[in-house]
Design a binder for this molecule. Structure first.
Ligand code: ADP
Length: 577
C-alpha cells in the first residue's frame, strides 16, 4: 500500500513540475532576454512575483516609493541600452511609477513599467475592486507603447513587444499591464517554454541614406564657423570612439549637453563649453548629434543663437527634424551608423576650421576659464556653492570612473559648469524635464548597474523628493556618497513670510537641518561639514570605504539665485523684466 502511495505522490509531483504559471513565465521571459535586475516595490498583487524573481536569480531592488524605483529603471536603461524594469502594485503604486515612466519617455530612456492590476471584468464595469483603475488607458499617453496581457500563453509576446518598443528607434518608456489573475494562471511547462520569445536584434541599426550623408558633409565643409553639439542621445548610442574620431578629424569645436559631458573629456582642447554663449551665437553651421532643439537649447532661435545659421541634425527619429527650426541637412539613422558613414565620407579630406574661428573660441575660453578659476579659488565662510564645488571638482578629477548624479536648482547649474567629466555616461542629471526627485533612484541604479561608486550631489530641496531611499541604500549596502548642499531652503534660505505671521516663508526649510543624521539612522555614515577641506575629506573617505555616506554640506543661506538659471521661466520675474 505504501508503495502505491509513494508512486501516486511521485506522479503528482511530476505533473506539478510539468506546470508553469504566469509568475514564472514573466520571470523566464525577462531572463531569456538578458534582463537581470528589477527595481520595484512589492505589494498586492506582485509580492510573489518579486519574491520568485529573487529566488530565480534576478537582482530585485525594493524601494520605499515607486517613483524612485521607476527613475532607477529609467537610468538603468540609459546606462545599459537594455530596458530597465520597474515593478509596481496597482493603482496608486502604478501612478507613482508613471511619473518616472513619463520622464523616461521624455528623455528617450528605454524602460518597462510592469504593474499588477485588478481584474478587467470588474474594472470595465466599474464595480469597485481593490485599487481599481484603468491603468492601461492612463499609461498610454505617457508611454511610447502600452500593452496588457490577459493569457499566460501571451506573456512571451507581451514581454517581447515591450522590449522592442522600449529600445528600437527612439528609445522610451513602455507600460506592461499584468492583471492579478494572469499571474496565477497555469499552463503546461513545455508549452509555456515554447511560448517565450528571445528577441533577436531588439534595436536594429538604422543606416542613413547616402545622399543625406553627402548633404551633411558638404554643408559641414562649407562652414566658416562650424560647431558640433553632442546630446545625451550620442552618449546613449555608445559610439564613443567614432564620435571622438569625427570631432578630432574635423577639428571642429564641440559643446556637450549636460549628460553628454565626458563623451570626450571636458578638458579636451576642442571643448567649447567655457565659450558656450559665444559659439552658440557666432557659429554658422551647427551639427546636432543626438540632441534636440528643445527649451534647453532655446528652441534653436532667439538671442542665444545670434547670427543666422544652418543646422545638420543626426537623429534616429525622422519627425524630430524641423520641430523647432528648419534643418538644412537631416541625417536619419542610428548615431553609430551615421557617424561612421560621415567619417567614411570625410576620409582624410577635411580642412579644419580657420584659425580666426578657432582663435576666437580659444580666446573666449581662456578668459572665462580664468574668471572661473578665480571664483573657485575664493575662500569664503560660510561656504558658497563655488567654494564647495571646488572640492568636488578635485574629487571627480581624481576618480573619473565614478558616476556623478546631480539635481537641484543652483546645485545643478553651478555643478554642471564647474565639475569636469572625463568618461562617457558618468554624469546623470535632471535631463529634459529639468525635474527634481530623480537623485536617489539614479544613484541606486548607477551603483547596481556599474558596480562602481556613485557621488550624488543634491540641493536640499531636490533631496527631499527621494530622501527616504537612504534606507534602501543602506539596506543594499551600496557604495553611494550623497552630498547635500544645505542652504536651508528652496533656492535660498533667507526668505521671510511677507505677512509677518508665524508660518515660515514658502521656500524655507528647517534651519540648520542635519540630513547626515538620516543616513546614520539606518547604519550608514554621516558627516556635517562647513569647509571645502572637510567636504573633500569626507567624500574621499566615502569613496575609499564604499560605505553608504551622507555629507551635509552647510552652504551660506544667502547664496544662490531664484530658480537657479531658470529665472526667466518664473511668470512674475519674466513679467518684471
Ligand atoms: P539632450 O537633452 O542631451 O540635448 P535630447 O534628449 O534632447 O538630448 O536628445 C536625444 C536625441 O537622441 C533624441 O532626439 C533621440 O531621438 C536621439 N537618439 C537616442 N538614441 C539614439 C540613437 N541610438 N541614434 C540616434 N539618435 C538617437
Amino acid at each position: 500500500m505504501a508503495e502505491v502511495g509513494n508512486e501516486l505522490q511521485r506522479q503528482a509531483a511530476e505533473e506539478h513540475q510539468a506546470q508553469t504559471d504566469g509568475f514564472h513565465l514573466v520571470i523566464d521571459a525577462l531572463k531569456l532576454n538578458g534582463i537581470e535586475n528589477i527595481y520595484g516595490l512589492p505589494g498586492i498583487p506582485v509580492t510573489d512575483l518579486a519574491r520568485l524573481a529573487q529566488a530565480n536569480g534576478m537582482r530585485v531592488i525594493s524601494f520605499r516609493h515607486e517613483q524612485n524605483a521607476g527613475n532607477a529603471a529609467a537610468i538603468a536603461g540609459f546606462l545599459t541600452q537594455k530596458p530597465g524594469v520597474c515593478l509596481t502594485v496597482s493603482a496608486p503604486g502604478f501612478l507613482n511609477g508613471l511619473t518616472a515612466l513619463a520622464n523616461a519617455t521624455t528623455n528617450c530612456f528605454p524602460m518597462i513599467l510592469i504593474s499588477g492590476s485588478s481584474e478587467r471584468e470588474i474594472v470595465d464595469l466599474q464595480q469597485g475592486d481593490y485599487e481599481e483603475m484603468d491603468q492601461l488607458a492612463i499609461a498610454r499617453p505617457h508611454a511610447k507603447a502600452a500593452f496588457r496581457v490577459l493569457h499566460a500563453e501571451d506573456i512571451g509576446v507581451g514581454i517581447a513587444r515591450a522590449i522592442r518598443a522600449a529600445v528600437s528607434g527612439r528609445p522610451g518608456g513602455v507600460y506592461l499591464d499584468l492583471p492579478a489573475k494572469l499571474l496565477g494562471q497555469s499552463m503546461e511547462a513545455e508549452r509555456g517554454r515554447q511560448s517565450l520569445i528571445k528577441v533577436v536584434d531588439p534595436a536594429p541599426r538604422q543606416l542613413p541614406a547616402p545622399d543625406s550623408i553627402d548633404r551633411a558633409v558638404a554643408l559641414l565643409k562649407s562652414a566658416k564657423r562650424p560647431l558640433i553639439l553632442l546630446g545625451k542621445g550620442a552618449a546613449y548610442a555608445r559610439a564613443d570612439a567614432d564620435i571622438r574620431a569625427l570631432v578630432e578629424k574635423t577639428g571642429i569645436p564641440y559643446l556637450p549637453m549636460s549628460m553628454a559631458k565626458g563623451l570626450l573629456p571636458d578638458t579636451h582642447p576642442q571643448s567649447a563649453s567655457a565659450a558656450r554663449s559665444y559659439v552658440l551665437a557666432e557659429a554658422d553651421v551647427v551639427m546636432l548629434v543626438g540632441a534636440r532643439l528643445n527649451w534647453l537649447l532655446s528652441h534653436g532661435k532667439g538671442k542665444t543663437w545670434g547670427k543666422p545659421k544652418q543646422f545638420i541634425q543626426i537623429d534616429i527619429s525622422p519627425t524630430e527634424m524641423d520641430s523647432n527650426v528648419a534643418i538644412a541637412a537631416p541625417v536619419v539613422g542610428d548615431i553609430g551608423s551615421c557617424v561612421s558613414a560621415m567619417l567614411d565620407k570625410i576620409g582624410n579630406g577635411f580642412a579644419k576650421p580657420g584659425a580666426d574661428w578657432l582663435g576666437a573660441v580659444e580666446e573666449r575660453k581662456d578668459k572665462n576659464l580664468a574668471k572661473m578659476a578665480e571664483t573657485l579659488s575664493r575662500d569664503v565662510s560660510p561656504m558658497n556653492f563655488h567654494s564647495a564645488l571646488r572640492a568636488l571638482k578635485d574629487v571627480v578629477k581624481a576618480n573619473p570612473g565614478i558616476s556623478f548624479v546631480n539635481e537641484g536648482a543652483n546645485t545643478l547649474d553651478y555643478a554642471r559648469a564647474v565639475i569636469d567629466m572625463y568618461e562617457p555616461r558618468k554624469r546623470l542629471d535632471v535631463g529634459t524635464w529639468g525635474v527634481m526627485g530623480v537623485g536617489m533612484g539614479y544613484a541606486v541604479a548607477a551603483a547596481v548597474e556599474t558596480s562602481k561608486p556613485v557621488l550624488a550631489l543634491c540641493g536640499d530641496s531636490a533631496f527631499g523628493f527621494s530622501g527616504m531611499e537612504v534606507e534602501t541604500i543602506c539596506r543594499y549596502n551600496l557604495p553611494i556618497c550623497i552630498v547635500i548642499f544645505n542652504n536651508n531652503g528652496v533656492y535660498k534660505g533667507i526668505d521671510v513670510n511677507p505677512t509677518g505671521g508665524n508660518d515660515p516663508a514658502v521656500t524655507m526649510f528647517v534651519k540648520g537641518a542635519r540630513y547626515d543624521k538620516m543616513m546614520e539612522a539606518f547604519g550608514g555614515v554621516g558627516h556635517n561639514v562647513t569647509t571645502p577641506a572637510e567636504l573633500e575629506a569626507a567624500v574621499n573617505e566615502a569613496l575609499r570605504s564604499g560605505k553608504p555616506t551622507l555629507v551635509n554640506a552647510v552652504i551660506d543661506p544667502a547664496a544662490g539665485t531664484e530658480s537657479g538659471r531658470l529665472t526667466n521661466l518664473n511668470p512674475q520675474s519674466a513679467a518684471n523684466k
